[in-house]
Design a binder for this molecule. Structure first.
Ligand code: NDP
Length: 327
């Protein structure tokens, strides 16, 4: 028991991550990933960090540097913008994420947001609950519709493709923008995001939060999307200029927006809270019991695989070359 490696879990772990890791490792917990909370004993013992849910904080270079025997950071989520993966890659630390197991769940939510935003489900339901259907009559006819519209995917990766298939099944022509055209994907490719926004009515963003996507959806892109345009974001909030989006929603530059992610979660700008044509979700796209359990299993499986075989299941590209023997 005492020779089992130590895994550090900052924040409040998903229970399944905790239960699984307890069967093979010694667990150390701290409130958040703050280097000031790393005691000399933790620094000496810890060989793995499991990022496992709420309150973790960012896994910064300083935090990793405070753990000289750290070998692996297993991230809970496919988006790993909360981990300084370039630093990890340069310093022989493996980083893993949880791709694939959440793809269809997140794509379901993206489609749900497209339909609900276009057809104003949130406002129509409020109309009913407030008794206005009975007192005032039918809810208004919606200017938004999927009929006759074209859809664009910003980020035709695993989730983007699953969203595209759903939208295609709804009868919409689909196009996309990535930095590179994807072989074997039949949808129209646009080499620029602006070109995509000009060509479509519904723009779904599923790109990761990186330096290259920071505020990529700006005033120019929203203007290109146009007054019938619907913008849906299930990727990361950092990819949107939220001030520009608030302005575009209020002055009719676009018709509506459906958002699952925000730049400064859990804080949502007042301008979005006040926008009647924005449907807002608290980052729930992967948040079903089933899918979060699958993500928790993959966090644990990556740490088991690293210590059992020297190879994790799902390394992120920045650390794909990190070898167990290197440290
Ligand atoms: P993938 O890596 O499979 O896809 C990402 C896509 O984005 C790739 O096709 C990539 O293509 C494209 N992309 C990346 N950078 C740029 C850029 N600068 N310009 C244009 N395209 C770009 O990831 P997944 O589909 O599995 O996940 C996507 C993201 O969804 C995650 O990173 C995460 O942030 C978010 N997510 C959100 C969830 C939620 O709860 N709301 C849940 C799960 C994921 P290329 O490299 O060719 O440009």
């Amino acid at each position: 028991m005492t020779d089992r490696p130590f895994v550090l879990i900052p924040g409040h772990p998903h229970p399944r991550v905790f239960e699984r890791l307890q069967t093979g490792f010694q667990i150390v917990r701290i409130d958040t990933a703050d280097p000031a909370l790393v005691t000399p004993d933790i620094a000496k013992k810890v060989r793995a960090v499991a990022v496992s849910g709420a309150g973790t904080g960012r896994i910064t270079a300083d935090f990793m540097a405070a753990l000289p025997n750290l070998e692996i950071v297993a991230n809970f989520g496919v988006g790993y913008d909360g981990v300084d993966a370039p630093y990890a890659g340069r310093n022989g630390i493996m980083v893993t994420n949880t791709p694939d197991v959440l793809t269809e769940e997140v794509a379901d939510v993206a489609l749900g947001l497209v339909i609900a935003t276009a057809r104003e489900f949130h406002k129509a339901e409020t109309w009913l609950r407030q008794g206005r259907w009975a007192s005032e009559g039918n809810y208004r006819l919606t200017p938004g519709s999927l009929r006759g519209r074209k859809a664009g995917i910003f980020g035709m990766g695993r989730i983007g493709l699953a969203v595209a298939r759903r939208l295609e099944a709804c009868g919409l022509p689909v196009a996309y923008h990535n930095r590179r055209q994807v072989p074997d994907v039949v949808y129209d490719y646009h080499p620029t995001l602006k070109g995509l926004a000009e060509a479509v009515d519904i723009l779904v963003s599923v790109v990761p939060g990186t330096a290259s996507t920071e505020k990529a959806v700006n005033a120019d892109i929203l203007k290109a999307l146009g007054p019938h345009g619907i913008f849906v974001n299930v990727g990361r909030g950092s990819t949107v200029d939220e001030d520009a989006l608030i302005a575009a929603l209020s002055d009719g530059t676009i018709l509506a927006a459906g958002l699952d992610v925000f730049a400064d979660e859990p804080n949502v700008p007042q301008g979005l809270l006040d926008a009647p044509n924005a449907m807002l979700l608290p980052h729930v796209a992967s948040a079903s019991i089933m899918t979060r359990n699958a993500m928790a299993d993959l966090v644990a499986d990556n740490i088991f695989a690293w210590f059992d075989d020297g190879r994790p299941l799902t390394a992120v590209p920045e650390t794909a070359d990190v070898k167990a023997a290197a440290r």
